[in-house]
Design a protein around this ligand. Structure first.
Ligand code: NAP
Length: 420
């Protein structure tokens, strides 16, 4: 299958309905996609987005909870079904993958997971694979299966959600635009993320956040790897239209390492912030009060989640679930560029973003092997614009390669004096 080839416009600006998406060929429209964690928010949203983008797809919603799975299947309609799968049971996994063209793994948390059982099963059954992993150790372990994926001729992309995922592709495009101008080099890349409340995501995302607070933050400063305290280094960042200024804090996220190593940017960091503001204070307090070993223990964190989940759901009711990603690139020429992506709902846009990666793999864009979204073997340059077009459907603000003042509500105060 040839990747969709469109002329690439480095300054493209895409709004909710402006761009006509390419029609999918019949063999892709009839593909069978299994969505693991399909009974959860991210997986369920991915299944819904796939069904909206391509109603003929045969979607298998997979998870342990039949009742939730069948409720979603009833909404998706005729071409979908449910499969009971436990990712810790390799037999049930491999049985479910028979006859499947692509598996989407959204059954997190990925933090502190012992192995990449879904990717291994995908390789054993010769099934194409993507995941919405947001953990550095897990993503590196997935990459270590490269030779097995190559030998089995299986294409796989790890960290293929919204952030990391779409944000990684935005970074790759900012860097490519900078490098296309002679004498200009990318110097510093910063990922800024904001999500209101949990963004309507499931309890697993709460566990993910707590587990991340137990990890030292890896960042890069002028080519050197440095380790920083989690939820430190606060910056007040302008996310522009529909979001405004928000406080964001350092977190250990896999796109920092992949952007540094693959895109060759010497200084890279990632920051995240939430609202209402007291959740940021709560996260900061947790890193100060709880030992990091406690925050890295999945069973202890699960108990914390059970304690906090009802309160978080209650505040989600008024916090909303807006999401915004701002990717900033500083260049040697002094001409800095920004990509911005904002949506009213994380739980909707994470599904659309993941579905965009799923369609790219089904279209044959991805070579055999295990790739990050920034790698051209995972997503060739010609496929990036199609992916960003699909992923940005329904956004309230999406623009690439802009000067910071073009997207900011108050451009003067941006993050001065902070190093990474
Ligand atoms: N990269 C990104 O952009 C991005 C963004 C947001 C979230 N995420 C990640 O996405 C993951 C899912 O988040 P969420 O909000 O969707 O969580 P969620 O609503 O709690 O859903 C998690 C799902 O995983 C399933 N699951 C858990 N353990 C399983 C197992 N052993 N076997 C089979 N299924 C299992 C659960 O299914 P059952 O209940 O049926 O067992 C549940 O439906 C998290 O790890 C989160 O960090 C990534």
């Amino acid at each position: 299958m040839a990747p969709t080839s469109l002329p690439l416009n480095l300054n493209f600006k895409i709004t909710a309905t402006a761009t006509k998406l390419p029609e999918l060929p019949e063999n892709i429209r009839n593909s069978r996609v299994l969505v693991l964690g399909g009974t959860g928010r991210v997986g369920g949203s991915t299944a819904t987005a796939l069904s909206n983008l391509c109603p003929d797809l045969r979607i298998v919603v997979a998870g342990r909870n039949r009742e939730k799975g069948e409720a979603l299947v009833a909404k998706l309609g005729g071409n979908s079904g449910f499969a009971r799968v436990d990712i810790d049971d390799i037999n049930s996994l491999e049985t479910a993958l028979k006859g499947v063209d692509l598996v989407v793994h959204a059954a997190g948390p990925f933090q502190q997971a012992e192995k990449c059982s879904v990717l291994e099963a995908a390789i054993n059954t010769k099934t194409a694979y993507i995941d919405v992993c947001d953990d550095t150790t897990y993503a590196c372990r997935a990459k270590s299966l490269m030779s097995r994926a190559l030998a089995a001729n299986v294409p796989a992309i790890t960290t293929a959600g919204i952030y990391p995922g779409v944000s990684s592709v935005m970074a790759a495009e900012l860097v490519r635009a900078a490098e296309s101008e002679s004498e200009d080099k990318p110097e510093r890349l910063r990922f800024y993320y904001y999500t209101a409340g949990t963004g309507g995501a499931g309890p697993t995302i709460l566990a993910t956040s707590f587990l991340l607070l137990g990890e030292e933050v890896v960042a890069y400063n002028k080519g050197e790897k440095i380790k920083l305290k989690p939820y430190s280094g606060m910056l007040n960042v302008d996310f522009g239209k529909g979001i405004g200024r928000r406080n964001v804090y350092l977190l250990n996220l896999p796109e920092v390492r992949s952007a540094h190593e693959i895109l060759g940017v010497p200084t890279v960091s990632a920051r995240f912030g939430t609202s209402p503001f007291f959740w940021n204070w709560g996260m900061e307090a947790m890193t100060k009060l709880l030992p990091s070993e406690y925050l890295r223990d999945r069973s202890k964190v699960q108990r914390l989640v059970e304690l906090f989940d009802p309160v978080v759901r209650a505040t989600d009711g008024f916090a909303g679930e807006r999401v915004s990603m701002r990717v900033d690139l500083e260049r040697s020429s002094g001409r800095n560029t920004v990509g911005i992506f904002s949506h009213k709902s994380l739980s909707v846009s994470v599904g659309i973003s993941t579905a965009a990666f799923a369609l790219a793999v089904l279209e044959g864009s991805t070579q055999p092997g295990v790739w990050f979204p920034e790698e051209t073997q995972g997503l060739p340059i010609e496929a990036r614009e199609v992916l960003l077009n699909r992923a940005s459907q329904g956004t309230i603000n999406f623009a690439m390669n802009r000067s910071p003042w073009m997207i900011e509500t108050n451009p003067k105060e941006l993050g001065l004096g902070i190093y990474v």
